[in-house]
Design a protein around this ligand. Structure first.
Ligand SMILES: *Cc1c(COP(=O)(O)O)cnc(C)c1O
Length: 364
């Protein structure tokens, strides 16, 4: 078996032990004579998996006991629409803080559902596209105290920026944490709602983890299809209809690994060590590697940098791939290099990348 150093932005690297457990149990789950894929979602064997996954989310994130923890389908993009469908009643408006491409998309969907406004944006126009290089300061947020909610994107996967402070808001705070969920401990009680596509930090694509304060669920709109109401899924413990059982099973495996590696405090240490090493390598050669992101806004999940020319960037990506370092090409809208260093990416992968970078810069 050979495994590469995987810097993919999403779907992304998963802990080897989570995959190996899935492989070992694939055709016969815990002596039941069938795969977990073949088990009924109403049976007690799947039920154990389902509740273990939910229990691990609660334990690892310290979710307040009255909050709901839900597994939903359709990816984070579906939540861009379903959040306002539930939380944005007629006559109210929602505040959006724009810090990247995903928050733009969330805002656009909210505008189709109801009234939404931009409370702040750090976007700058350059060559016909909007670029983001920093997270705003509290003083830049023009919040509507009457807003139905304030929406933020905790980590900006494309541009490599990340919030390192929490905004003070009167309105309930909603966060898209798709690309940094569980990267470190957070105070869940500060949020009314958190959602995250699983495919960056905790599992496979298609699955969404959603954590919601009870009043947000209870007061959700009733004039929307039942399948989109959070209350429907909360009432049925995410078993209203057939959930993506195998994806939830894989999340369980990943969260077991997180727990074995020191929980979220362990993840934070791991991620800060990787970040220090990689940003250190970028900063030690500022005339060769250029980090476009403001220092205080740097992401520990997606590290973006440029090389002196597009030709060098292309060569960098191609030669890195030959050396077993994959997924380093920047997003199609930004270009450059992006190394995604999610929880499952080990320090040894970042060490290999940093050695490659130093060698590449020396030879260039
Ligand atoms: C990847 C990503 C999304 C989109 O997730 P899908 O599951 O593809 O819909 C949304 N928000 C952020 C911050 C992301 O990183």
């Amino acid at each position: 078996m050979s495994r590469v150093h995987n810097f993919n932005a999403g779907p992304a690297s998963l802990p080897l032990s989570a995959l190996e457990l899935a492989r070992d149990e694939l055709v016969d789950f815990e002596g039941t004579g069938m795969s977990i894929l073949e088990h009924s979602h109403r049976g007690k064997d799947y039920d154990r998996v389902h509740n273990e996954a939910i229990g691990l989310v609660r334990e690892l994130m310290g979710v307040p006991s009255d909050y709901h923890v839900l597994f939903l389908q359709g990816g984070a993009s579906q939540q861009f629409a379903v959040v306002p469908m539930n939380l944005l009643p007629p006559g109210k408006s929602a505040d959006y803080v724009l810090t990247g491409g995903w928050s733009e998309k969330a805002y656009a969907e909210a505008q189709l559902v109801g009234r939404a406004r931009v409370a702040a944006t750090t976007g700058i126009e350059e060559n016909g596209s909007t670029l983001y290089r920093r997270i705003p300061k509290q003083g830049e947020l023009q919040l509507d105290p009457e807003a139905a909610y304030v929406h933020m994107t905790s980590n900006n996967t494309l541009f490599g920026t990340q919030w390192h402070w929490l905004p003070e808001t009167k309105a309930p705070l909603v966060a898209d944490m798709s690309s940094d969920i569980m990267w470190k401990p957070v105070d869940v009680s500060k949020f009314a709602l958190i959602y995250a596509g699983a495919q960056k930090n905790i599992g496979p694509s298609g699955l969404v983890l959603l954590i919601a304060r009870p009043d947000v669920v209870a007061n959700g709109r009733r004039d929307i299809p039942k399948i989109f109401r959070y209350a429907t899924h909360a009432k049925e413990n995410s078993l209203y209809n057939t959930p993506p059982t195998f994806s939830i099973y894989l999340v369980r495996n990943v969260l077991r690994w997180v727990k074995e590696h020191g929980g979220l405090a362990g993840m934070e240490k791991r991620n800060r060590d990787k970040g220090a090493l990689l940003y250190g390598a970028i900063d030690e050669k500022p005339d060769f590697f250029r980090a476009p992101v403001e220092k205080e806004s740097r992401s520990f999940m997606n590290v973006v940098f440029r090389l002196p020319s597009v030709e060098l960037e292309e060569r960098f990506v191609a030669e890195a791939k030959k050396a077993g370092l994959v997924g380093l090409k920047g997003h199609r809208s930004t270009g450059g290099i992006r190394a995604s260093t999610y929880n499952a990416v080990g320090l040894e992968s970042v060490q290999a990348l940093v050695s490659f970078m130093r060698e590449f810069a020396r030879k260039a």
